[in-house]
Ligand binder design. Structure first.
Ligand code: DAH
Length: 338
């Protein structure tokens, strides 16, 4: 009897250690403890034993039975935990990870603005910010646009009751940027600008510009052209032809307008480029000595170039958008495309 019990415990040991699934354990349980199980039938065999032996073996069988039951439930617990761990591993989530936007998309103007910022940063430009509510001096006078200057008429201004205005361009950041710096320096200033204008497919009262300023010794127009060509080519992801046309802005001398090849028709002429093959993109030029002086910079020692232009126009070219009013239209069908 004892030998049979020993053999049974040994077999149980082997089986329980090898079992990997709950079903296997259930089978082991039935085979040993079930109605026709090996331990159960040994218990039945006790009938034939003497009273003393019955007592002794009965105790032993009870202990073995308890032990087997205990180890079966431990093993089931172990397998359950294993399953949970495996599940957790597969469902692993880093709760410190920034949330994905659940709804909505990044506005196309923000996409291009960020691209421009990264591009200019990689070329060593600082990125400056300026207030949208600006004073008249920074927006006009310091930029060589005195009270009676006709250039004021080309920038219809939203005047505020407190005597301030909504900046009509990002150029006032030139004045703010110069005030806190000693040359050499280079920075850009992207941001929102406002004009009191009627809107149409090409004009908005609220739009974005990006301003740029580079001041150092020995700066020339060649530096200006090179910088802008690199930027435009990077935005479109290929080499893009640019050209300068003489133009007038009070804060630069000489002043130019920079055009780039129409990316819609490739230069053959289309409605977007008004059949010219060129897109007028931004104003630029060599910084006027008067402006440098207003920024506390000696124009005999330092020169520089500046540029400024609309961001929306670039976005429209890049994505083939034909109406500037889409940007503030709030139409989700438009916004969800980006
Ligand atoms: N501020 C001008 C505008 O809004 C654009 C401009 C022209 C900016 C020439 C410049 C520049 O920095 O040099 O029309």
């Amino acid at each position: 009897m004892r030998e049979k019990l020993e053999l049974l415990t040994k077999e149980f040991d082997e089986m329980i250690n090898a079992a990997l699934k709950k079903e296997e354990i259930e089978n082991i349980r039935i085979n040993i403890l079930g109605k026709k199980g090996t331990l159960t039938s040994l218990m039945k065999d006790m009938r034939d034993l003497s009273v003393d032996m019955k007592k002794e073996v009965g105790q032993l069988i009870n202990e073995i039975k308890k032990d087997i039951e205990k180890r079966i439930s431990e093993k089931i617990e172990f397998i359950k935990n294993e399953e949970i761990n495996l599940k957790l591993q597969n469902e692993w989530e880093d709760i410190s990870w920034p949330a994905e936007p659940v709804q909505g998309t990044i506005h196309p103007v923000s996409i291009v603005r960020k691209e421009l910022e990264e591009l200019f940063s990689s070329m060593g430009f600082e990125i400056l910010d300026g207030p949208e509510m600006e004073n008249e001096y920074n927006n006009f006078n310091a930029l060589n646009i005195p009270d009676d200057h006709p250039a004021r008429d080309t920038q219809d201004t939203f005047w505020l009751r407190n005597g301030m205005l909504l900046r009509t361009h990002t150029s006032p950041v030139q004045i703010r940027g110069m005030a806190g710096r000693k040359p050499p320096f280079k920075f850009i200033a992207p941001g929102k600008t406002y004009r009191n204008e009627a809107t149409d497919a090409c004009h908005e009262h609220t739009f974005h510009q990006i301003e740029g300023m580079v001041v150092d010794k020995g700066i020339s127009i060649a530096n200006l052209i090179y910088t802008l060509k690199v930027i435009v080519s990077n935005i479109f992801g290929k080499e893009v032809e640019v050209r300068l046309r003489p133009s007038y802005f009070p804060f630069v001398e000489p002043g130019f307008e920079l055009d780039f090849r129409c990316q819609i028709c490739g230069g053959t002429g289309c409605p977007v480029c008004k059949q010219t093959g060129w897109i007028e993109y931004l104003g630029c030029g060599m910084i006027h000595p008067e402006v440098l002086k207003n920024g506390g910079i000696d124009s005999r020692e330092f020169q520089g170039f500046a540029f400024g232009g609309g961001v929306e126009r670039l976005v429209m070219m890049k994505y083939g958008i034909n109406d500037i009013r889409h940007f503030h239209g709030g139409d989700l069908r438009f916004l969800k495309q980006f």
